[in-house]
Design a protein. Structure first.
Lengths: 314, 642
């Protein structure tokens, strides 16, 4: 495999890459926790050109930086807008010329946006750069509206449904799933199968199984594959004296299609015998009387694991 | 054994007619109201807004009510359809309170979410979800099924239970540096089910009430030094399973010609699982652009069960059958998980990411009941990945990396005598991923993601030795709310050892237009799946075994989904909406489902509103009509928005 070559190449790139400045935080020379008068002046200056949602922004968690200088000091940032957008003097002096302030858009790198957010939120999302989202160039602001005043959890910038109530998508599936659906519509359709997890009914959301801020979206390294499932399906988690090896080692996905399926119990096959014979190439002789349509679990009733029978008969 | 039969029921035509007449009258009133009523006053900006909508649902089912309960399961009756509350003017101790309640009053899917928070100080959230699950497959006697294979296709298991999950979280920040998190989670699964057991070479159907619970307490303490954060967390979990199986009455068994009978039978096997998880996690940013995370968890778990079986009847030999045994089972495992993650922003346009994990699982179990059994499972997995992410130009992003995982499994089990030699399985996995993003303009974006993986010695015959994934996503956001979105995903797996192959192709095309007064979205999704293996099955010696036969398997599924969503608000008082979902599956299990919905909502004076909604679902299976049903659902509700 060529991955060793790729590893060496990566190491080489890291060594020779230029280390330019990263202007993601307020200037280190600014005094952390500047007094509130200063913060108010900054907000007033910004509001001179930008439409800041005054009373609405007050409901935003980030607005706490406008009132809590101690908290701002803890994160090493200046109170107010500059906490995230950095030093604004050049921006003001150039009358708002592009590229003079961190604007989280336009020419700003998605990496710069992620760095700006994780400089404060590192404890919550330390691995976001290693996610499939970041690898695809998705930054925090693609899912979160940092200035939002709405009640969506986590400041999610869910697809705007307005106030059209009545089988409204956000009301149905929740803000988190609605946000995911905006880019993952191909997956969302799988919840319209006749057998599907109850996401359309609002009982679960995408983030009950997937952590969009963790590398698991790319590969679940060295973890049991059924951990996401047994959070709700604890009765299938065991441990059992006689484990079903496929479940213990490969996880629930060895037999089930988790989002949705045409088949009962989200199984990968409509006929159980076809599913079971795919792996079990050696069976007792009397099994020759069974056909593809046979239900193996009519006898192997504890197929997820048993404490009493190695063949899962009881 | 008596086969359960749930043949199609005829609809209650009279009730349906009355519901339709009522709906017609209400609909006429709703359409006239916006004309005769004065326009409502402009909405007042407030620090508290919300909505409550209550009403009555009418349901009429024609066909297999059993399948309707598996599929939709919406019952007739009064409901609190939705309650939304968002308040921000709550004094100095509370910044925001939100409450969302959906479908309360007997629906199979009820949700309640409460969130209270003081930004930067404390937060509390509580969530309750109820999900009812019903499953009752059709079992037909051979003479009625016509085809013996169709009679065998039935499932003797039935389920009718509710899952209820309560989650409460409380976070308290003592200071900018210190924070306490407490979480409580309770999960219950209660209801009825049936199962089968083989007793003296005959199959019997038993009742198996369900009473399972899961309780978890999580306490975490976070201390932040600014550049470094330490998290200590303790989880205590208790699971209880009150499992008992009993015969609902004397039975001749599935094969009435067999001599085996049962007068009574009980099998009690209540079980408890106690687990403790200890976690320590450090996140450090030793310098700007560096983030390092290291975590270690130790999990200890123990299962205990005392079991007893008691039964009386006639064995297959014709001799009296007397069962009276007691025993117990015990399983213990320890798991250790170590994580290390690193990300380094080399400069504004280039980042290095990497991770290293190790997971060790060590389990022993033993049982004394009808067998004297013992088992051992050791699973050790080590994985690593390393990648680079780059903003190549203002419009192009590119990332790529490699991953590696090694898994060693050791396993042995016995049902009599000492454990034999451990069987060993080792699987190595390496792979490569890359992603390219191109913002061609402010309106158009294209993403391409590709992954390839190779596995040595896959664990099962359907575990992949090779896997490939390709995803394309293009999106165009035009002016005036017009957008097009296209996603294509292709996955393929194969196992070189067994000849197993699986392919999934997924295509999603969506378009929409949104204006101030209307919103129209149309989508088409295709999901095609193929799985095949020509399995050579060997029968073990005995009972006519010692043979090999070919068991070819080919599973195909071609699902097409067409959906439409339209909303129109011609004026401030009137809203009209329509949804359509057409689902057609072909292949190994052909079926169609049409799901059509429409509603009209009228705003009355002072925030009051009234809504009439109608939904019809037509479910049809291709092979036979036993599960077909049609359902009509009408909802009349009144609400108040503030």
């Amino acid at each position: 495999m060529q991955w060793r070559t790729l590893l060496l190449s990566l190491a080489l790139v890291v060594v020779i890459a230029p280390r330019g400045p990263v202007t993601v935080q307020a200037d280190e020379s600014t005094t952390p926790g500047a007094d509130l008068t200063s913060a108010a002046e900054i907000v007033e200056t910004c509001a001179g050109c930008h439409e800041i949602d005054g009373p609405g922004y007050a409901k935003n968690p980030h607005a706490v930086f406008n009132t809590d200088a101690q908290l701002a000091a803890h994160y090493g940032v200046e109170s107010s807008c500059t906490a995230c957008h950095g030093d604004f003097e050049a921006h003001v002096e150039s009358a708002g010329e592009d590229g003079t302030i961190l604007a989280f858009g336009g020419d700003d790198s998605f990496l710069t946006t992620i760095e700006a957010c994780t400089s404060c939120h590192a404890d919550a999302h330390p691995r976001f750069l290693a996610t499939g989202h970041a690898a695809a160039g998705v930054a925090c602001t693609d899912c979160h509206d940092i200035h939002a005043s709405g009640s969506a959890p986590g400041l999610l910038s869910m697809p705007d449904e307005g106030d059209l109530i009545g089988w409204d998508q956000v009301a149905e599936i929740g803000a988190a799933s609605a946000t995911c659906a905006d880019c993952h519509s191909a997956v969302m359709a799988q919840f319209d199968f006749n057998e599907a997890h109850r996401l359309r009914e609002g009982v679960i959301s995408c983030i009950d199984c997937h952590d969009p801020h963790a590398p698991q979206a790319r590969v679940r390294l060295a973890a049991f594959k059924q951990d996401q499932c047994t959070t709700c399906h604890a009765d299938k988690s065991g441990p059992w004296v006689f484990e079903h090896g496929a479940q213990r080692v490969e996880g629930c996905g060895a037999c089930h299609s988790p989002h949705g399926s045409p088949n009962r119990h989200l199984l990968a096959f409509q006929n159980q015998a076809e599913l079971c014979y795919s792996c079990h190439a050696a069976v007792p002789g009397f099994h020759t009387r069974f056909v593809a349509e046979s239900q193996c679990t009519n006898c192997h009733v504890t197929i997820h694991g048993s404490n009493f029978d190695p063949a899962f008969l009881e | 054994m008596t086969h359960r039969q749930h043949l199609p029921k005829s609809g209650a035509a009279a009730r349906r007619g009355a519901a339709r007449r009522l709906a017609g009258v209400v609909l006429a009133g709703l359409l006239v109201a916006p004309v005769v009523l004065p326009a409502p006053a402009a909405a007042q900006l407030s620090d508290s807004d919300g909505l409550i909508r209550i009403g009555y649902r009418f349901v009429d089912i024609d066909g297999a009510e059993r399948k309707y309960r598996e599929d939709l399961n919406l019952d007739e009756g009064a409901r609190l359809f939705e309650l939304r509350l968002d308040a921000t003017d709550l004094g100095s101790a509370l910044d925001r309170a939100t409450l969302d309640i959906d479908n309360y009053g007997g629906d199979p899917f009820e949700t309640l979410r409460l969130d209270l928070r003081k930004h930067g100080s404390w937060n509390f959230s509580y969530q309750r979800t109820k999900s009812a699950y019903f499953y009752d497959d059709l079992i037909l006697p051979v003479e009625q099924a016509g085809d013996p294979a169709l009679a065998l296709a039935g499932d003797f298991h039935t389920f009718d239970f509710d899952r209820v999950r309560d989650t409460a979280k409380f976070g308290l920040r003592f200071s900018p540096r210190a924070k306490l998190d407490v979480g409580l989670e309770r999960w219950t699964k209660r209801g009825e089910s049936t199962t089968t057991l083989d007793i003296s070479r005959d199959e019997f159907e038993f009742d198996q009430p369900i009473d399972d619970s899961f309780d978890q307490l999580r306490v975490g303490f976070t201390y932040d030094w600014g550049k470094t954060t330490l998290v200590l967390e303790e989880r205590i979990t208790e699971q209880e399973y009150d499992v008992s199986i009993f015969l609902p009455g004397a039975s001749l068994g599935e094969d009435p010609n067999d001599a085996t009978t049962l007068d009574f039978f009980f099998f009690d096997r209540p079980a408890t699982v106690d687990s403790n998880t200890h976690t320590a996690r450090i996140v450090s940013r030793p310098a700007d652009r560096w983030t390092i995370r290291a975590a270690a968890s130790v999990i200890e778990s123990e299962l205990d069960t005392d079991a007893s079986q008691e039964g009386r009847g006639t064995a297959f030999t014709g001799q009296p059958l007397d069962i009276d045994i007691e025993g117990d089972a015990r399983v213990e495992y320890d798991a250790e998980v170590f994580d290390f993650d690193l990300s380094y922003l080399i400069n504004e346009r280039l980042a290095l990411v990497g991770g290293l994990r190790r997971h060790a699982f060590d389990q022993q179990g033993d049982v004394q009941l009808n067998v004297d059994g013992e088992s051992v499972w050791d699973v050790e997995t080590t994985g690593a990945e390393l990648g680079l992410e780059a903003q190549l130009t203002a419009t192009v992003t590119l990332s790529g990396g490699v991953r590696y995982e090694s898994r060693d499994v050791e396993h042995a089990q016995t049902t009599s005598g000492p454990l034999g030699e451990l069987e060993e399985y080792s699987t190595d996995h390496d792979g490569f991923w890359t992603s390219l993003g191109w913002n061609a303009s402010k309106q158009f974006r294209l993403e391409v993601t590709a992954e390839t993986s190779s596995y040595d010695d896959p664990f099962t015959l359907t575990s992949p030795s090779d896997r490939e994934r390709l995803r394309l996503h293009a999106r165009w956001n035009g002016d005036q709310g017009v957008y097009f979105d296209a996603i294509a995903v292709a996955n393929s797996w194969e196992n070189d050892d067994s000849g197993w192959e699986a392919d999934t192709e997924n295509l999603s095309l969506r378009a929409g237009v949104r204006r101030d007064t209307f919103d129209l979205r149309v989508g088409y999704t295709m999901v095609e799946t193929d799985r095949s293996i020509d399995q050579l099955v060997t029968t073990l010696p005995g009972f006519g075994g010692g043979q090999t036969f070919l068991f070819p398997t080919l599973y195909e599924s071609g699902a097409d989904f067409i959906d439409l969503r339209a909303r129109w608000r011609p004026n401030d008082r009137l809203q009209l909406g329509a949804d359509a979902l057409l689902y057609d599956n072909t292949g190994s299990f052909g079926l169609e489902r049409e799901d059509l919905r429409a509603y009209v909502q009228v705003g009355l004076l002072d925030g009051y509103l009234v809504q009439l909604a109608y939904r019809t679902v037509d479910y049809t299976e291709e092979a036979q009509s036993f599960d077909d049903y049609e359902a009509e659902i009408a909802e009349l509700s009144v609400g108040y928005r503030w």
